[in-house]
Design a protein around this ligand. Structure first.
Ligand SMILES: Nc1nc2c(c(=O)[nH]1)N[C@@H](CNc1ccc(C(=O)N[C@@H](CCC(=O)N[C@@H](CCC(=O)N[C@@H](CCC(=O)O)C(=O)O)C(=O)O)C(=O)O)cc1)CN2
Ligand code: MET
Ligand SMILES: [Zn+2]
Length: 756
């Protein structure tokens, strides 16, 4: 009889509490350390995780939640679905793995797998490429070795894997696949590999396995639901297999729940934070264990234990058995609140990071069993009551300002008049050249910031160094011949954290790192109260940059939707209300930039697409508040001020109408990697303002040549009139080096000149 799940989590952070894995990876990639050191760092992180979860009292500890880069890439390796361009490099396993993640051979070499957003989170996964000829075969080494590793430490674990249906639904067809081919067409072949995997795991002595099927919290066709049914009929029917937990998160399973409930699997993991309780009678559910995700894995607020316990009791009446879990993997939150010694103690009492959430899960499971946990419940009640009553959360000034807004506060004058006024003021050539904002964040810049933070560099010296950098970047842009310049953003640690550090209503953390992709991390700020802008943030940097040059300098701000998307946001009021507060703060900044003589202001919204709800039915409401927030942030300026926005990291088909609604004078948009595929869609939507489809893929170290950029521009001109086309890279240059950026921008300027 398999042991019970009782309390568990679907996943846990893996970059290391002090970013140990990040450092080990980057040292390995740089050739500064060898395979042994990387393996040791990886093993240390796994051991630390298992021991920690067991020490916190978790009944069912997961394994295979670790990854050297990405869990979807791990599933590609597991299934043997390595695309031929990597397999043919002749590298060993690890070399092939990193080639898929990062490319190989530099310029002219092999392009990595595409990186894209993991559902509506700020985590990015590598997109598998599946074709009719993909030869699946089982490579069970990783889950098996990790299981053995944990068992050698005396711990029985549950291997966690991406499920086969979601793996294919998250894949794209290999280039050159016959039209009409879908990765899901290969389901039966892939399931055969998973069947062999489950048999292998059973032979190892594995009692439970977790297969994640998050793709089923989005709208799915009847065929896709049927695919899910086939997978779990087949796997559930195996003679020798572990008990199966199918886990889905980031929403509710909807029509997929009855499919799983009537399949032979033993347990189903539900996200009861993003999704609700199952409604109505779900046939078969009474025979399953439900792992009830009642502790939010996506946010950092302490759980309302009373409400969570009530939810668990409601699930008890629907399911055969109830286990307690987090709503999703804890990958999306920092490790441990105890590391944040500088946070205000009252605010701290409202929060829970990964380890505190695990403790909440354990507490709830004990309470559900009838154990007395009144001390923990009392503490949680007191913290929640304190938060609800805290004066620091409410700012009456902000509230009355919002209440006083009318429709006129979100609208600018007619575009034709704005365009004429801006033409007169700016006098730009056709096909103006510009960049997206950031220039390379060099080691010198980051070290200066670290020294400033540590008190080893005073503010005057720090400011002087940043100004020197700005001057260097301005001179470089003049030399390259760009038309609209930027200050380069050297003073920003991150485009969201930097603003959060200067706004009321936010706190930032010291150690709260969360993996964004590979070794790259962010420290999402915590938005806990009403937001306002006590003083101008960017005006001095922007006006300093403008004072150095005759050419227009574009002010650079992050938009309200992106600030929300990349922060941990309060859960005690509608997101739209919070968005409007942030929008007002950014509006204040745009107005001050204008007053200081800055004629162009860019408000970045790279996360506009990311927050789009997974279910179509929820999208209209989201687009309404998000577009309004952007308009509120940008409509306080005169017709003569040119408002730009920038979008990236997404497929834009779903938000083309929203792009129009933003009403920016100029929109720059990622397009180089997809060879301008977005351009006809934007044109067809009737969008009639300035547009800069990116002509330089900044996510790759590759440097494009003039001919290549020229070809992209000519392709764009097929759909966009020359007086509306801008010439710019796909995104900011902060992750690139000057050796790459200078020749690439040289090519960009030269190509624009030729096409003019
Ligand atoms: N929030 C956010 N989300 C985003 C993006 C984004 O720009 N911001 N872009 C997209 C892709 N995601 C990305 C996420 C992170 C990074 C990135 O480069 N992160 C840096 C950290 C950036 C940062 O916060 N830098 C700080 C702290 C840097 C640091 O680690 N300093 C060292 C010391 C300095 C040194 O010796 O280098 C330390 O603290 O140990 C600073 O510059 O001040 C990293 O992981 O290395 C890039 C893209 C989507 N989501
Ligand atoms: C992820 S969008 C980045 C926009 C920002 N202005 C930059 O150039 O870095
Ligand atoms: Zn971008």
């Amino acid at each position: 009889m398999p042991r019970t799940l009782a309390s568990t989590v679907p996943g846990y952070p893996r970059i290391g509490p002090d970013r140990e894995l990040k450092r080990a990876l980057e040292a390995y990639w740089a050739g500064e350390s060898g395979r042994d050191e990387l393996d040791a760092a990886a093993r240390a992180e796994r051991e630390r995780t298992w021991r920690r979860l067991a020490a916190l009292g978790l009944d069912a500890v997961p394994s295979n939640t670790f990854s050297l880069y990405d869990q979807v890439l791990d599933a590609v390796v597991l299934a043997g679905a390595v695309p031929p361009r990597f397999a043919s490099l002749g590298l060993d396993g690890l070399g092939t793995y990193f080639a898929m993640a990062r490319g190989a051979g530099g310029a002219g070499g092999v392009a990595p797998l595409e990186l894209t957003k993991w559902f509506d989170t700020n985590y990015h996964y590598l997109v598998p490429e599946i074709g009719p000829a993909t030869r699946f075969h089982l490579d069970p080494a990783k889950p098996v070795n990790e299981y053995r590793e944990a068992r050698a430490l005396g711990l029985e674990t549950r291997p966690v894997l991406l499920g086969p249906a979601s793996l294919l639904l998250l894949s794209k067809p290999v280039s050159g696949a016959p039209s009409g081919f879908e990765p899901l067409d290969r389901l039966d072949d892939l399931v055969a590999v998973y069947a062999l995997l489950l048999t292998t795991l059973a032979a190892e002595g594995v009692e439970w396995v977790q297969l994640d099927e998050p793709a089923y919290v989005a709208d799915r066709t009847a065929d896709e639901l049927e695919a899910l049914r086939r997978v779990y009929e087949r796997l559930g029917g195996l003679a020798e297999r572990p008990s199966i937990l199918v886990s889905a998160y980031f929403g509710s399973l909807g029509d997929a729940l009855p499919v799983l409930a009537s399949s032979p699997v033993e347990a189903i993991g539900l996200d009861l934070v993003a999704g609700g309780l199952p409604v109505g009678d779900v046939p078969g559910l009474a025979g399953k264990t439900v792992v009830a995700g009642v502790v939010d894995g996506r946010n950092v607020w302490r759980t309302d234990l009373d409400a969570a316990l009530a939810t668990l009791r409601a699930v008890e009446s629907l399911a055969g058995a109830v286990a307690v879990g987090t709503s999703c993997s804890l990958l999306h939150v920092p490790y441990d609140l105890d590391a944040e010694t500088a946070l205000d103690p009252q605010l701290r009492s409202w929060l829970a990071f990964a380890d505190q959430k695990v403790a909440e899960v354990v507490t709830l499971a004990a309470a559900l069993r009838g154990e007395d946990r009144s001390a923990e419940f009392d503490e949680a009640r007191a913290a929640l009551a304190g938060r609800a009553a805290a004066p620091s959360v409410v700012d009456d000034g902000v509230r009355s300002r919002l209440a006083g807004l009318g429709p006129g506060d979100t609208r600018r004058g007619p575009y034709a008049e704005r365009a004429a006024a801006q033409r007169d003021r700016l006098g730009l050539p056709p096909l103006p050249t510009t960049t997206i904002g950031s220039f390379p964040q060099t080691g010198d810049i980051r070290r200066a910031r670290a020294a400033f933070r540590a008190g080893k560099l005073d503010r005057a010296e720090y400011t002087a160094r940043m100004r020197a950098e700005i001057e260097r970047v301005i001179r470089l842009q003049e030399r390259l011949g760009l038309d609209v310049l930027v200050h380069g953003e050297p003073e920003r640690n991150d485009m969201v954290q930097y603003f959060a550090e200067h706004l009321a209503g936010f706190v930032t953390t010291e150690h709260g790192w969360v993996q964004s992709y590979g070794s790259r991390c962010v420290r999402p700020p915590i938005l806990y109260g009403d937001v306002s802008r006590p003083a101008p943030i960017t005006v001095e940097w922007a006006t300093y940059a403008q004072s150095l040059t005759e050419r227009p300098v574009k002010g650079m701000l992050t938009g309200p939707v992106t600030i929300l998307a990349w922060s941990f946001v309060r859960d005690d009021q509608p997101l739209g209300d919070t968005a409007r507060q942030v929008a007002l703060a950014i509006r204040d900044e745009t107005v001050d930039l204008e007053a200081a003589g800055v004629g162009i202001v860019q408000v970045d919204e790279p996360a506009l697409r990311e927050l789009l709800p997974l279910r179509v039915a929820d999208r209209a409401a989201y687009l309404e508040w998000s577009v309004t927030a952007f308009q509120l942030a940008t409509s306080g300026v005169a017709d003569t001020t040119q408002v730009h926005t920038h979008l990236c990291y997404s497929e834009f088909g779903d938000v083309v109408a929203a792009i129009d609604g933003l009403d920016a004078d100029v929109t720059s948009i990622e397009a180089a990697r997809s060879r301008m595929e977005i351009v006809p869609d934007v044109a067809a939507s009737g969008f009639d303002r300035g547009i800069g489809p990116g002509v330089y893929d900044i996510h790759s170290p590759r440097v494009p040549g003039t001919d290549e950029v020229e070809a992209l521009l000519r392709r764009a001109l097929a759909d966009i009139p020359g007086d509306r086309l801008w010439v710019n890279p796909d995104c900011g240059l902060k992750t690139r080096t000057y050796e790459q950026v200078e020749p690439a921008l040289t090519a960009l300027v030269a190509a624009a000149a030729r096409v003019r």
